[in-house]
Design a protein around this ligand. Structure first.
Ligand SMILES: NC(=O)c1ccc[n+]([C@@H]2O[C@H](COP(=O)([O-])OP(=O)(O)OC[C@H]3O[C@@H](n4cnc5c(N)ncnc54)[C@H](O)[C@@H]3O)[C@@H](O)[C@H]2O)c1
Ligand SMILES: [Zn+2]
Ligand SMILES: [Zn+2]
Length: 390
């Protein structure tokens, strides 16, 4: 089959790889009908994520049609349309029982490697390095889905792919970011990053009854989407000092809830800490550029909450932890427990409360994927979200 494979920094290619098959009784094989490129894929494309190997198949936002199931999968049958969560979870371990699906204790066969880096291993993820399982991803014609009796969500007939595809990741991720922010009715919520995750965090902040949403980015069309679709006030971080602007907008108190929907590859213009971060990342002294995390901690009102859906990878430098501690902040974060949100968020789509397809700017074929990675990474051509059809 055809698949999008990683070969190194800035080097992804369409390759022919072996078709997946059923290996375990709880597997299914899904023929992909739609699959997306995520900001998390950019951390692989940009070479930030360790334990990638040449030829790895990328992609973790897939959906499609079940073509084969293992003997233990009784809830799915060939022909069913499903959305597949990006995290792989067994459904029965200590963590899955608690609903912490992205922390599943049994789905990462390379848990020992992750344990050395993080103390304990999170769940295996599709197409996201060998440390996180080495599972081939879903930017391909077919996908092997382990624990298929637990993960995939069946899609009702008549619901188009575009409306449900993002249940695989970014809609639940924006939603969990808002939930983790502990929004109380009327709160002012500041959201760094107006990429796809930021856009869903904005939508979700209103669902949790925010009073104001302030979105921060520098890409004009993303700020426009935050205003038009998201009804957010916006700050362009190239035109303003974000701290000064947020203080002015909140009467000097700071936003009640701050969401970092940017993560490890934050940009900043000129400020000293950002220049230092870039230099260090370039010579591998530090992997992450935590500019937004620093800013969110400094801006958040005393006793507020910093929610971090943005992905961080390694060791972070100069995070003002003293400010976080002394201001009594709560910090919540994590890879999204997608399984938890599938049904409730599908219901919101069915009820017409939200049409997640608003973020799609590019509909392309799988063959177009290498160019699409570059277009998405460089924010060219108005690109906000790419959907690929194999
Ligand atoms: N927690 C999870 O489970 C999960 C799931 C999906 C994505 N993510 C992560 O969420 C983050 C965002 O994903 P995305 O798909 O929206 O990516 P994206 O790259 O499209 O968007 C990031 C946005 O941040 C903006 N940005 C950069 N520096 C900034 C700054 N200093 N201040 C404000 N904005 C800034 C960029 O201009 C861009 O629009 C990534 O780190 C991704 O890995 C996490
Ligand atoms: Zn993702
Ligand atoms: Zn589990």
């Amino acid at each position: 089959m055809k698949a999008l494979c990683w070969y190194g920094t800035n080097d992804v290619r369409i390759d022919t790889v072996p078709d997946p098959n059923i290996r375990e009784p709880r597997d299914a094989v899904v023929k992909i009908t739609a699959t997306a490129i995520c900001g998390s894929d950019l951390h692989l494309y940009d070479g930030f994520m360790p334990t990638m190997e040449k030829g790895d198949v990328l992609g973790h936002e897939p959906m499609g049609e079940v073509v084969e199931v293992g003997s233990a999968v009784t809830n799915l049958k060939p022909g069913d349309r499903v959305v597949v969560p990006f995290a792989i979870a067994c459904g029965s371990c200590y963590f899955c029982q608690k609903g912490l699906f992205s922390l599943c204790d049994t789905s990462n066969p390379n848990a020992e490697v992750a344990r050395k880096v993080m103390g304990q291993s999170p769940a295996g993820l599709f197409g996201y390095s060998h440390m996180l399982g080495g599972f081939p991803g879903g930017q391909a014609e077919y996908l092997r889905v382990p624990f298929a009796d637990v993960g995939p969500l069946k899609i009702p007939a008549g619901m188009p792919d575009d409306k449900v595809l993002f249940l695989s990741d970014i809609f639940p991720t924006g939603y969990m970011a808002a939930e983790n922010a502990e929004i109380e009715p009327g709160d002012t919520v500041a959201i760094w990053g107006c990429g796809p995750v930021g856009q869903f965090a904005i939508q979700s902040a209103w669902m949790f009854h925010a009073g104001r949403v302030i979105a921060i980015d520098r890409v004009p069309e993303r700020l426009t989407m935050a205003q038009a679709q998201g009804k957010a006030e916006t700050i362009n971080f190239e035109d303003h000092d974000v701290y000064d602007r947020l203080m002015a907008m909140t009467g000097g108190r700071g936003p009640d809830r701050c969401i970092d929907a940017v993560g490890a590859e934050a940009h900043a213009t000129g400020s000293f800490d950002a220049v230092l971060d870039k230099a260090k990342a370039a010579v591998y002294l530090g992997t992450d550029r935590p500019h937004v995390l620093r800013e969110a901690i400094m801006c958040c009102r005393k006793g507020g909450t910093v929610s971090i859906p943005g992905v961080y990878i390694g060791f972070l430098d100069k995070v003002p932890f003293g400010a976080a501690m002394n201001k009594g902040l709560t910090m919540k974060m994590g890879q999204t427990h997608v399984h938890r949100y599938l049904k409730p968020l599908l219901q919101k789509v069915e009820a017409g409360e939200i049409d997640p397809s608003f973020v799609i700017t590019h509909r392309l074929t799988l063959d177009d994927a290498p160019g699409a990675y570059q277009t998405f990474r460089d924010k060219q051509d108005g690109c906000i979200k790419v959907v690929l059809k194999p």
